[in-house]
Design a binder for this molecule. Structure first.
Ligand SMILES: Cc1cc2nc3c(=O)[nH]c(=O)nc-3n(C[C@H](O)[C@H](O)[C@H](O)COP(=O)(O)OP(=O)(O)OC[C@H]3O[C@@H](n4cnc5c(N)ncnc54)[C@H](O)[C@@H]3O)c2cc1C
Length: 490
């Protein structure tokens, strides 16, 4: 099949009714559900871009194995140029959503590509797992599927291991093996966009202890598999709030969900890791899963740049960007953007070819982006709030703007600095408030903090690796100086 269109994606959703729970009710008509209607359209637009002459050659390529055109996310990069082709895709899709939809299909497509290209990891433990991941990659590539993922156990008691929780199956675990596959039970979080995807992949973060064997699971199944329940968080927009008042929230909300597996059968050919502590603890680091940090970096840069531009436009619209205190805040944001941009360039230019022949961007630079963004993005939001100040809260609604009795007052009192009309200023400030004040905007901040794990532990892991790879020999050299110069202690 190769690349899908938006309509193909929508037809796929229609053909696979899944168990989605939203605000205490079961969603029966996904496509017409107000909360999902527009996000589905936004994802469909991304698929359509694959057929758009402006993007087609940039974001898709011919697959050597099948001769069909596929997304660049499914192709294993072998060189710098291949990495750039991947970046083109990340960038084009991130810009289409202003970086606000972090879990666009490229994110997990590239993750599975990386797992499959590192099939030797799986082979070390079980040749069937290796075969399964390679076949699964081909399947999602050839059908251009959209995946969600859930790595994290529910937040019940973090001081205890999975097997020490109150209930054996609070955390997702294997119940039994049958001739057809493994029956799994329990919950995983936090599957972003799950209600509107095609498949879910489970893979573990490190941290398993002895006794946790049954929880060391990696597998993928269709999102409509019987027994799989998707429980959505409270929506951040009703789906009915006017686009004029909520230009971002009404379009780009990514629903997050807890996945509950009620004795779900995972067929053997979809099992990638099972019942193995060592594999469970190392699969994340050793199968190039961090390849998706390249997508994160590119997408994060687009989002940060968007926030920086919103801050600058807000300051300009009300004539405050001549003040030094405002300029220092805007300059700080511009420098954050440039820092991430430079790190991204370094990550790409300092790529390495791994044992499988795959071009891998520099882990150090990408992880540094990962460390900086959770601070830089919330700061950008704080700057928008600080510069927009009270004005962010005072925008009239679209209904007010259109009311003939109010029009004159609105035009008189809501304009910005000279030549900034009231209508334009109101629209800009509404956009800024969606990004910085609404629950939608606060989720985007939380996303930047946590989207790829706990930043605290990630930084610890980063430092351990950095220490291993860097011997800090300058210090030894400095300590040798007095010896070589034969200085006495006196
Ligand atoms: C908007 C959003 C979207 C997300 N989307 C996805 C998704 O699509 N798929 C997915 O799998 N996950 C997703 N996540 C979940 C994300 O992976 C987790 O939030 C992240 O891994 C942190 O885990 P946690 O939330 O359970 O926090 P916890 O691990 O419970 O941490 C809570 C606090 O305790 C501290 N803490 C906990 N344990 C330790 C420890 N052992 N040592 C030191 N400190 C500790 C942490 O530093 C933190 O401050 C998403 C998260 C957000 C916010």
């Amino acid at each position: 099949m190769g690349i899908r269109t938006g309509q193909d994606y929508i037809n796929g959703l229609k053909s696979r009714p899944r168990e989605v729970w939203l605000e205490g009710r079961r969603v029966t008509d996904l496509l017409n559900e107000p909360n999902f209607r527009q996000p589905i359209q936004e994802i469909a637009k991304l698929y359509d871009m694959q057929h758009d002459p402006e993007y087609k050659e940039k974001i898709t390529d011919i697959c050597e194995e099948t001769g069909e055109r596929v997304s660049n996310a499914f192709l294993v990069p072998k060189s710098f140029d291949d990495l750039m082709r991947r970046r083109n895709l990340y960038e084009a899709w991130a810009e289409a959503t202003f970086g606000l939809m972090g879990r666009s299909p490229d994110f997990l497509n590239v993750t599975v590509t990386s797992m499959a290209s590192n099939y030797k990891f799986f082979e070390r433990y079980n040749s069937k797992w290796a075969e399964n991941i390679v076949n699964y990659h081909k399947y999602i590539r050839d059908n251009d599927l959209f995946l969600t993922h859930a790595l994290i156990n529910p937040q019940n008691d973090r001081s205890k291991a999975a097997h020490e929780q109150k209930d054996t199956f609070t955390h997702l675990g294997a119940v039994e093996e049958t001739s057809e596959g493994i029956v799994v039970r329990g919950a995983k979080m936090l599957a972003t966009l799950a209600p509107i995807t095609d498949e879910v992949i489970i893979y573990p973060f490190p941290g398993f202890r002895k006794g946790d064997e049954r929880y060391t699971l990696s597998f993928a199944i269709p999102i409509d598999t019987p027994g799989l329940r998707i429980v959505c968080r409270e929506p951040m927009q009703s789906g009915k709030r006017p686009v004029f008042d909520h230009p971002l929230a009404s379009r780009f909300e990514e629903m997050d969900a807890v996945l509950i597996f009620n004795d779900v059968l995972v067929p053997w050919n979809r099992v990638f890791v099972h019942n193995n502590l060592e594999a469970g603890n190392t699969v994340y680091a050793q199968t190039g899963l961090s390849q998706n940090t390249h997508q994160n970096g590119v997408r994060g840069l687009v989002k940060l740049r968007f926030a920086q531009q919103v801050a600058s436009r807000v300051a300009d619209a009300i004539g405050v960007d001549g003040f030094l205190n405002v300029q220092t805040q805007l300059g700080e944001l511009a420098q954050s953007v440039e820092t991430i941009r430079a790190l991204l360039r370094t990550a790409e230019n300092e790529y390495a070819i791994n044992e499988q022949g795959e071009a891998v961007p520099s882990f150090t630079s990408l992880e540094t982006i990962r460390g900086i963004l959770p601070k830089a993005y919330p700061r950008a939001i704080e700057v928008i709030q600080t510069i927009g100040a009270g004005g962010l809260l005072l925008s009239p609604t679209g209904f007010d703007v259109e009311h003939p009795e109010l029009r004159e007052d609105i035009n008189r009192y809501y304009g910005g600095r000279e030549s900034v009309e009231a209508y334009d200023r109101i629209r800009l400030f509404k956009l800024a408030w969606d990004l910085s004040g609404e629950a939608f905007g606060q989720r985007l901040v939380q996303y930047e903090r946590y989207y790829s794990g706990d930043p605290v532990r990630k930084l610890g892991m980063f430092y351990n690796k950095y220490k291993q790879e860097n011997q800090f020999t300058m210090v030894d050299r400095a300590l040798q100086l007095d010896k070589s110069e034969n200085l006495s202690m006196n």
